[in-house]
Write a protein that binds this ligand. Structure first.
Ligand code: NAD
Ligand code: UDP
Length: 317
């Protein structure tokens, strides 16, 4: 019998690539998604084969899934900082009630649980790079905390199910990930810069652009998620790239690769506690899972620019 996975959030950016990988690996897949930030296009493209079903559902509401489930994958949560003030309560509820409802399904079905946590649980980190043992620096009253604290709560709840019910669980702390299928208006740095460069608009740098991130190409990330899901390891594991770059350098790279004449515009930070530096320590996941991203930023950004070019000028698709 083929393994069967329920993927909550499967209509989103990472969800699309992860479900594609599962289908390629011979899984049957049930996508559960309320399309809050996912797209009909992703669902339509994934349903083209006959081993994928789609259930439109908000995971904050209890859900019954018929048939056997081997893996329950929780990607269901809006993830762009632009959403933190647009739909803050929905984000907290996805992390708390949503994770609880999905854990209950996994428990009932005796399924393994794979969870997408985040580097944001480290907040604005005081140590660099961030290792899994670091307990973080989250401002609980700040606007980012709906996501950061929501994800922290979710991790704790998952560890509790693991301890209480002996449930096999796998936790990935995903760092900034980019690639095709990002939404042009999702508000993250890579999507904004690519679209702005392609359309000749100024690239909007928030703050002075000296803050750093490490951007991981989505195919590399999905490989890590698949390795983790099919392993014996609980984690948590940092997952991402360790190639650190400033936001200023990222903007300049996007302009260059797009062959654009866009200028750079400096705007105030979206949130005052925007992390100043972020880089994952990857020793633990390298040792446990052999995880090693292979896509360099220029190659990944070019593929992402090609995707956005197609999306913003659909007549050329
Ligand atoms: P995304 O917004 O593209 O995907 C999230 C998906 O979850 C969407 O399809 C959305 O419609 C769905 N969703 C949201 N709330 C839901 C709800 N209540 N019920 C059902 N479906 C719901 O974002 P993404 O970048 O693909 O992120 C996927 C997961 O990975 C998220 O959990 C996110 O927190 C995590 N993550 C992503 C990144 C990144 O850089 N992309 C970094 C760290 C963690
Ligand atoms: N950023 C920016 N301009 C944008 C979007 C984002 O300067 O148009 C900055 C943002 O302030 C942060 C970094 O780029 O410092 C990465 O932002 P993103 O939203 O991609 O992810 P985050 O790491 O904040 O979750």
């Amino acid at each position: 019998m083929r393994p069967r996975a329920v993927v909550a959030g499967g209509a989103g950016f990472i969800g699309f690539h992860f479900v594609s990988r599962l289908l390629n690996e011979g899984f049957d897949v049930v996508i559960v998604d309320n399309l809050a930030t996912g797209t009909h296009r992703n669902v339509t493209d994934l349903l083209a084969g006959n081993r994928c079903e789609f259930v439109e559902h908000d995971v904050c509401q209890p859900l019954v899934v018929s048939g056997p489930v081997d893996y329950l994958v929780n990607l269901a949560c809006p993830a762009s900082p632009a959403d933190f003030s647009r739909i803050p309560v929905e984000i907290m509820r996805s992390c708390s009630e949503g994770t609880y409802n999905l854990l209950e399904i996994a428990l009932h079905k005796r399924a393994q649980f794979l969870h997408a946590s985040t580097s944001e649980i480290y907040g604005d980190p005081e140590i660099h790079p961030q290792s899994e043992d670091y307990t973080g620096n989250v401002n609980i009253a700040g606007p980012r905390a709906v996501y950061d604290e929501g994800k922290r709560y979710a991790e704790t709840l998952i560890h509790t199910y693991h301890r209480q019910f002996d449930m096999p669980v796998h936790i990935a702390r995903i760092f900034n990930t980019y690639g095709p299928r990002m939404r042009p208006d999702d508000g993250r740095a890579v999507s904004n810069f690519c679209v702005q460069a392609l359309t000749g608009q100024p690239l909007t740098i928030y703050g002075n652009g000296q803050q750093t991130r490490c951007f991981c190409y989505v195919e590399d990330l999905v490989d890590g998620l698949f390795r983790l899901m099919t392993s014996e390891h609980t984690g948590p594991f940092n997952m991402g790239s360790s190639q650190e770059i400033s936001v200023q350098e990222l903007a300049e790279k996007a302009i260059k690769l797009a062959g654009s004449s866009s200028q750079i515009e400096y705007l105030p930070l979206l949130h005052p506690d925007d992390p100043k530096r972020r880089r994952p320590a990857l020793e633990r996941i390298q040792e446990a899972l052999g995880f090693a991203p292979t896509t360099d930023l220029d190659t990944g950004l070019q593929a992402t620019l090609d995707w956005f070019q197609q999306v913003i000028t659909p007549e050329r698709a």
